[in-house]
Design a protein around this ligand. Structure first.
Ligand code: GAL
Length: 705
């Protein structure tokens, strides 16, 4: 093993600051969720009962207005806010707060009938009929204008109302597919702005291949699988960028309308690992990010907790570490599905809520407050069932969460400190999906990317080490280790940033297919890794082999393995043929064309070190290898809580010198921990020290400083 390298990390040891609260006038966890009173306007007694029940459920927030456009603007230009006035007033009188939504996720029928252009179109230009939701055309000038008008009216009326603590833009923005003339025109304008002239487009997309040279911007159409172009990688990638930009631009226009009269925080609800738009760009429009969490409780709890924590890491990383909102989660049934699904026990519901808080949430909100009588989601989990009263299991479990959150105000605004970061790069994700890289099947590279991305996180998680997920725009110097997974698309400024990070003392880990292509998916000439990264890694990857992935049609004839520190590990798919040029070999292949070639390499560069994993590793290798890197860099778990049994996970939130440890027992068996001193457990109010027992699926919240 090469010499030990410790970086020069000026920021280490700096005390983390507490982040801004979501509402400075209401320094409590928001606990509530989607409420759709517009469904109950002809039964005002139900709305009254809801207001009463909210308090009983220990809920202090309702998210209102998400799908209420038809109830507010019944006819074009005729607005009725009277019911909304009443609902907001009643919630406030009862001590609650409101997150107010803009209604653009679903439009009234009169609009689609009068202005069909608000609906999306297929590649033949045929418009969708009215129906469904989240399916408007994002470039339609009429839709944008109608959204501006209603957003301004909402903001003018409620933007300074003391009940309203945040804005919720639309609902789950997605990029969908619209191929209408407005979108085509907007795409051509976008291309013209980016490239200037059509020859530059031809060069960037390498259209001389198959004689696909464009003669003008007007001849460029979006890619689609119907009948037309779908095999120009540069076009596919730019179309994804364009759609992402349109989603962000749409949100920005919504936010600008709101900002005219209101200065409270603006958010929109994300969908975890959804890749449709660049979340880093979307986050620039927002003050705080929020997410809809629907973890599956069907399987392994530790795995579920890990993927929830991983989404939490992604969300924090979108706003420089700032806590996020859990805009939706399910009371009871745990699928977003509309039928019947596995119920959550009271213990599971509680565990889930505490997990959100432990991973950086400053709210716990649900979809939904009350079950609708009809419509697609009438059986979806809700705090209030069709039964309508509070003596139900779910109601009680939500009240228990609310009661606990009331004891955790001190945790609000606390961040999470990590020495490890995993990079998420949306442009790279788009480049390695099924439409890019020469393959007609779903690209195995996406799957490989996620396996490794998750493998890095898992290796940290299982050692009790916190990892962040960050974009290329983040300050790298906060971290000791930065991990990349299949960073196929790499421009020179990103390459420069990772080089500087290592040069100044950081440790970088990357994988096969690093820096193969530039921003328009043109391959680098002169060897891989490109983008002038060969000196960082001290190697050249000459060919790419695949053992299980790309050729999914036939059974693999051959297998290969890798030896690292005398132990053998499987090759899960791709394996490169690597020629070392300065790097030292840490692991080598044992068979086939790669026999004895380096599989994992490391190269000292400046004050830091770069590792290159030249094949698709299994989690066993990643766990062992990352463990070595962590110990080399002295990255370790929180020391105040020592796990004495399997499945204990401790997550820490801290800020301004205060520190809270959330200790979860993710196992179905009783667990044990050893505390390094005496601490207050906030949920029970008890002082705890030395060895403690945790019931299955239970949590302790300790104030450790
Ligand atoms: C979300 C959506 C909600 C509701 C929920 C059901 O994706 O934002 O409106 O449909 O799923 O799980």
């Amino acid at each position: 093993m090469p010499r030990l390298v410790l970086g020069n990390f000026v920021k280490f040891g700096v005390i983390m600051k507490k982040y801004e609260f979501i509402s400075k006038d209401f320094p409590h966890f928001l606990h509530g969720g989607d409420y759709n009173p517009e469904q109950w306007l002809d039964t005002p007694e139900i709305i009254e009962e809801d207001v009463r029940l909210m308090k009983e459920a220990n809920c202090n927030e309702m998210t209102v207005g998400i799908f209420s456009w038809a109830a507010i603007e019944k006819e074009e230009g005729v607005f009725d806010f009277s019911w909304l006035d009443l609902v907001i007033e009643r919630i406030y009188e009862n001590g609650g707060r409101v997150v107010l939504a803009t209604p653009s996720g679903s439009r009234p029928m009169w609009m689609a009938e009068k202005y069909p252009e608000v609906m999306r179109a297929n590649f033949r230009g045929e418009r969708d009929e009215f129906g469904e939701r989240h399916n408007h055309c994002r470039t339609s000038p009429i839709y944008r204008e109608k959204v501006r008008i209603i957003n301004e009216k909402l903001s003018e009326r409620y933007g300074r109302h003391p009940a309203v603590v945040a804005w919720h833009l639309s609902n789950e923005y997605n990029t969908g597919l619209c191929l209408c003339d407005n979108c085509k025109k907007a795409f051509r304008v976008w291309l013209r702005e980016k490239y200037g002239d059509i020859d530059a487009v031809n060069r960037a997309w390498w259209t001389s291949f198959w004689s696909h040279t464009y003669t003008s911007f007007e001849s460029v159409n979006p890619p689609h699988d119907g009948a037309g172009e779908s095999r120009l990688h540069g076009l596919n990638l730019d179309w994804k960028r364009f759609n992402s930009d349109m989603a962000v631009d749409f949100a920005r226009a919504e936010a600008e309308a709101i900002r005219k009269y209101s200065s409270i925080p603006i958010t929109t609800n994300f969908m975890g690992n959804y890749e449709g738009f660049d979340h880093y760009k979307m986050a620039e429009v927002l003050d705080v990010v929020s997410n809809d969490f629907y973890p599956r409780w069907h399987g392994n709890v530790d795995g579920m907790a890990r993927s929830t924590a991983q989404i939490g890491a992604l969300l924090r990383g979108l706003k420089g570490g700032r806590p996020f909102m859990v805009m939706e989660s399910a009371p009871g049934t745990n699928l977003g599905g509309m039928g019947f699904a596995k119920l959550k026990s009271e213990r599971e519901q509680f565990f889930e809520a505490m997990l959100y808080v432990a991973t950086g949430a400053d709210t716990v909100q649900y979809f939904q407050w009350r079950k609708s009588r009809g419509g697609w989601e009438k059986f979806h989990g809700a705090v209030v069932d069709h039964y309508g009263r509070s003596d139900t299991r779910i109601f009680r479990s939500i009240s228990a969460v609310g009661e606990a959150l009331g004891k955790l105000d001190g945790v609000l605004g606390m961040g999470i400190k990590s020495d490890v970061a995993i990079i998420r790069d949306y442009e790279n994700l788009w480049a390695i999906d099924g439409k890019c890289i020469q393959t007609v099947v779903k690209s195995p590279l996406s799957a490989a990317h996620y396996d490794i991305y998750d493998g890095y996180f898992k290796a940290a998680w299982e050692r009790g080490i916190s990892a962040d997920v960050i974009g290329f725009n983040e300050d790298f110097s906060k971290y000791k280790v930065i991990c990349l997974s299949v960073p196929y698309l790499m421009n020179e400024s990103k390459a420069e940033k990772i080089k500087r990070f290592v040069f100044e003392g950081g440790t970088l880990i990357t994988t096969f297919l690093t820096a193969v292509a530039d921003d328009t998916d043109l391959c680098y000439l002169g060897g891989v890794p490109g983008a002038a990264l060969s000196s960082l890694f001290g190697l050249r990857a000459e060919e790419v082999d695949d053992y299980h992935g790309i050729d999914t049609t036939s059974k693999p004839r051959l297998a290969n393995s890798v030896v690292y520190k005398g132990k053998s590990y499987g090759v899960a798919g791709i394996a490169e043929c690597i020629i070392a040029d300065g790097a030292s070999t840490l692991a080598h292949f044992t068979g086939n064309i790669q026999k004895d070639m380096p599989a994992v390499l490391c190269n000292d560069y400046g004050k830091g070190r770069a590792y290159y994993i030249g094949y698709q590793p299994d989690n066993k290798f990643l766990a062992d290898f990352m463990g070595d890197v962590f110990s080399e860099l002295e990255i370790s778990a929180e020391s105040s809580v020592k796990p004495l049994s399997d499945g204990i996970r401790t997550l820490v939130r801290e800020g301004d010198g205060e520190k809270y440890a959330f200790v979860f027992n993710t196992s179905e068996e009783c667990g044990r921990v050893e505390l390094s001193a005496e601490y207050t457990e906030l949920l029970s109010g008890k002082r705890l020290s030395s060895e403690q027992t945790l019931d299955a699926l239970s949590v302790l919240v300790l104030k450790i400083s």
